[in-house]
Design a protein around this ligand. Structure first.
Ligand code: C2O
Ligand code: CU
Length: 484
């Protein structure tokens, strides 16, 4: 059995912080939970997993009305791809949508050319064309995949999937449930509404009107009575931030954005677009329901039920099993370089015209990737920057293998889930909240909040760094980090 030193260090960091985290007592397990143990490294890499993702219009009846023209990757409209940790995924993407697209593998630390961002990491995949994504999955957990161009509409019409990288369980749970949360922009007659409106884009985003979990209205899931359930939650909505809460069960947080934490008691957790949360919960006695709510609304909104079924299991006191520790290089905090990054509104909207060397102009709005307006900026720069001959210049040039501590500063009265490609942040601290240190690829910034995150810039390339409220990204709050 080989144990890498970096994982041991990672564990140390996580434990120190968790012990200083103010925890609720009166739960049946120790306040800090059992720390994530280190997983033995397997000696052989598993066989590649092949998957065909064929994007096209598929009609589906989601809410009992008439059929909706969804855009999906698969006949199974919400595809779930499973790959073992360290395993290779070969995903053949064919595009038969009416417009170009690509697949971005959100949160996966993969080589730059597999990241699926048109113009930045690959050419767009035009209708009738295809592209094969081929990469290994270094981290366990739950990750969304989605397009990265005209995303308000493409994701709005349902073009998304879940990638589950397996191999993180120290002992099996009694059930493993997935809840993918998304709203739909539908009118009363169940026709799609515009996916973006200026009013929404310039504020908190244009919200959908029909809630769904796993593309269903308030589905009923099932789990063994009195069993310990792993519940994986993922928000794939364009805009809405859900404040997830449970009724009817004790629960602990076991992972954030797929990465293990020492289990700690769950109260509620805010999930912005693309964010994930893994809980371990103890089911009630047979015949009872656990209810999953979004509390971030004037009245709590019921999202899904979990029905306790079968004979009551006897699992003793609730003592949630931890997942194996994350396998991410611990940032070298002592020698880190500090950078301040401001998220703000723009003073003056800039056009999306980019002069090309051949004297022509590239209009990114025409190329589907952006709206015509810019409302938002990162370090005072909107995407794209005016006057650049090619793509916008990186907002920061980072030195490969150096550790950076970013201070993410929200200068707006809105929330922004900030996402980095190709890397995973270690969340250090905030001026507004005390959360335990945890790994995350999408950090929710509250109004006026300042959050420090650290990461080792160990993956070379041009990486997108943006707000995941899709309309915020598409109206300026998007940038490139260059790692060389
Ligand atoms: Cu899930 Cu650049 O995004
Ligand atoms: Cu935003």
């Amino acid at each position: 059995m080989t144990v890498s030193r970096r994982t041991i260090l990672g564990l140390g960091v996580a434990m120190t912080t968790l012990s200083s985290f103010p925890l609720l007592s009166s739960r049946g397990y120790s306040a800090t939970g059992t720390p994530p143990p280190i997983k033995p490294v397997p000696d052989v890499s598993p066989e590649p997993v092949f998957v065909n993702l064929h994007a096209k219009v598929r009609n589906a009846n989601l809410f009992g009305g008439h059929e909706l023209p969804l855009w999906t990757y698969h006949d199974n409209i919400l595809p779930i791809v499973r790959v073992p940790k360290g395993g290779r995924l070969k995903a053949h993407f064919r595009n038969d949508l009416p417009e170009h697209s690509s697949i971005h593998w959100h949160g996966i630390r993969l080589p730059n050319e597999m990241d699926g961002v048109p113009y930045v990491t690959q050419q767009p995949v035009y209708p009738g064309h295809d592209y094969t994504y081929d990469f290994t999955c270094p981290d366990t957990g739950l990750f969304p995949f989605h397009s990265h161009c005209n995303t308000a509409e493409q994701l709005g019409r349902g073009l998304a999937g879940a990638l589950i990288v397996t191999g993180d369980e120290t002992k099996p749970y009694d059930a493993d449930l997935l809840c993918v949360i998304k709203d739909w922009r539908l009118d009363e007659d169940q026709n799609f509404l515009d996916f973006t409106e200026k009013k929404g884009a310039a504020r908190g985003g244009t919200f959908g009107r029909m809630r769904s979990v796993n593309y269903k209205s308030v589905p009923s899931l099932k789990a063994p009575a009195r069993g310990d359930v792993r519940l994986r939650l993922m928000n794939v909505d364009n805009s809405r931030i859900n404040q997830i809460g449970l009724e009817g069960a004790d629960a602990a947080v076991i992972a954030t954005d797929g990465q293990a934490v020492s289990p700690f008691p769950f109260k509620t957790w805010r999930l912005g677009s693309a964010m994930r949360l893994d809980l371990c919960l103890r089911m009630p006695a047979s015949g009872n329901d656990v209810k999953i709510y979004d509390y971030f609304a004037p009245e709590p909104v019921l999202l899904a039920n979990i029905r306790a079924e079968g004979p009551n299991l006897n699992r003793g006191e609730f003592d949630p099993a931890p997942l194996f520790a994350p396998d991410i290089t611990t940032p070298d905090l002592r020698n880190a370089e500090h950078k301040k990054i401001d998220f703000s509104a723009t003073a003056s909207p800039t056009p999306n015209l980019i002069p090309l060397p051949n004297g022509k102009t590239l209009n990114l709005a025409d190329e589907l990737c952006l709206n015509e307006k810019s409302f938002w900026a990162i370090n005072k720069t909107t995407w794209p920057e005016d006057g650049h001959k090619t793509m916008p210049a990186p907002v920061l040039n980072l030195v490969k293998d150096r550790t950076y501590i970013f201070e993410l500063r929200n200068l707006t009265p809105h929330m922004h889930p900030i996402h980095i490609h190709g890397h995973t942040f270690l969340y250090l601290k905030s001026n507004k909240r005390s959360l335990p240190q945890h790994y995350t690829d999408t950090v929710l910034l509250k109004p006026k909040e300042r959050i420090q995150v650290a990461f080792k810039a160990d993956n070379p390339g041009d990486w997108m760094f943006h707000c995941h409220i899709i309309e915020h990204a598409e109206t300026g709050m998007m940038s490139i980090l260059r790692v060389t």
